[in-house]
Design a protein around this ligand. Structure first.
Ligand SMILES: [Zn+2]
Ligand SMILES: [Zn+2]
Length: 68
């Protein structure tokens, strides 16, 4: 699979990740690494676990999620 963002610029680069949100394959340069909190139901409420999971998104989805 090749990077979707690179292909749009006419470049072919091997993809190293897949966007969690849109499913596009992206290269390292076009991938943002974030943290995904994991919640667990405990007794009366929801607990956020100490170690977050990894969440990979493409630049487009990263920008969309972080706009003001
Ligand atoms: Zn790329
Ligand atoms: Zn995406």
């Amino acid at each position: 699979m090749n990077c979707y963002d690179c292909l749009q610029r006419g470049i072919t680069t091997a993809a190293t990740a897949v966007c969690t949100r849109c499913g596009a394959a992206t290269c390292l340069e076009h991938t943002k690494t974030g943290a995904a909190e994991i919640h667990r139901e405990e007794g009366t409420g929801l607990t956020t676990l100490k170690i977050p999971a990894r969440r990979l998104t493409c630049l487009t989805c990263h920008d969309a999620e972080h706009q003001f």
